[in-house]
Design a protein around this ligand. Sequence first.
Ligand code: HEC
Length: 502
Amino acid sequence: MAIIKGILGWLEDRTGLGAAVKPVLDHKVPYTNWKTGWWYVLGSAVLVAFMIQVISGIALSTSYVSSAGEAYNSLKFITDEMIFGNFLRGMHFWGGSAMVLLVGAHALHVFIVGAFKFPREVNWLSGVVLFFTTLAMGFTGQLLRWDQTAYWSVIVGADQAARTPFIGESLAKFVMAGNTVGGATLSRFFAYHVFFIPGIIFLFIGLHLFLVIRNGISEPPERGEAVDPKTYRQRYHDLLEKTGVPFWPDAVWRDAVAAIIVVLGVVGLSIFVGPPHLEAPPDPTELRVYPRPDWYLLWYFSVLALIPPAAEPYVILGGPGLAIVLMIILPLIANKGERSPLRRPWAMGFVLLLVIMISTLWITGLVSPWSPDLTTKPIDPAVLKLSDAQTQLGAKLFYEKGCQYCHAIDVYGPSDASQPGSPRVVGGARGPDLSTTGSRLTKEQIVVRILNGGNSMPQFGTLLTPPELDAIVAFLQTRKLPTGEHQQGKANEVEVSTNQKK
Ligand code: HEC
């Protein structure tokens, strides 16, 4: 005992760490009751999730190889052969999910109780940085998985970034580190995910925690107690003097319980559910892919799928841009006044709207196929009323070559109103509905589109023989608007609304 005391005494004398930490433990925090207290654990729960990420991430990085040739195999090794490898991947995936979820909940709680107001504006601003860097970690991390889904999701992301006005192309190049997603992209995402973004996160967590201690944890809001920068600090000081409790041990136990719940939750999910299944390695010619971002970005993909294609370029970066600007402005313009949610009806209405919007979009995202509808069945040639062998072959190839996975076709033809009832339209909604191609595109245009691909339409130049191409084109030329209707008629609008990728 004496030796330990001696060592600790020596350490304390040379470093002063104990003296530095003691005020942090002893500092008073506002008294919270059973009901209000639990909401305050969200912040420290995020920190716990982050620590899980750091530890599991470092462990994964010891075996992961960030080269296009090796990444997939190294992950396969981690998943199938490394001791605890699959568990580790699970921890990292579910830890990341927990972190995104908790960051969101924490930010929402801070907003609801008005804790971003004076003098905690910079707490909020540093939190905004942490919020978006967390999402960026999710996005960059997904590519490191380097399987079909990961690969195609980034293609989709880059594709959409490329459509931003003015800076689109440079931006897509910057994201992908070149013109296509490849080895350079992987190296770049690895650097972001492992060095660059975590560096920012560490820095801002430091600032964030420093400010939490310096400005104190906000007291539970009371109706009628408006924040006035002139009097707030004094009032807060008095409140702590009167009813405050020491952080250690009076408040910290709730954080400890929350930390245990987070860790147990993540461990449980890693064991019982496991990490996302590692799909086939990326292969640009493989069409049976199902790109879908990890769940926390899914709702945003829904937005992009649902808005009219013409609005997409403005929404893709404009949406997040607006969110960032609003979140930065918020504490600067609304740092005074009532904090109680009961006295801030507009703010609460906004929260309600946001929650409803995101959950609806999220559900939409879960049920709507971003991409190939692999369940589509070959079309019965009889209902297509095709007169010759070539177009019949075309219809068959349209299914067999995978076109139908992405493109819908009105089986009876839009000109045929004599066949009511379903199912009229078959095929996926990844590309434009081709029910009226014959009226919209010339033969040459159709050929060019098929051979060259582009914008998520694969290049079929090398995948089809000339007779096959001719047959498909001939078939598509039979798909026409009802005679007499204008080319840019109603059927065209239907096409636009089902075209998720234009
Ligand atoms: C992976 C999904 C996918 C597959 C498979 C696919 N396409 Fe496409 N296709 C698209 C997308 C997305 C577009 C829209 C591209 C754009 O926005 O420019 C498109 C565009 C087209 C167009 C132009 C439509 C227009 O209105 O401009 C034609 C024609 C076409 N595809 C034919 C085919 C044929 C024929 C096949 C099969 C040999 C096929 N596609 C397979 C996704 C796909």
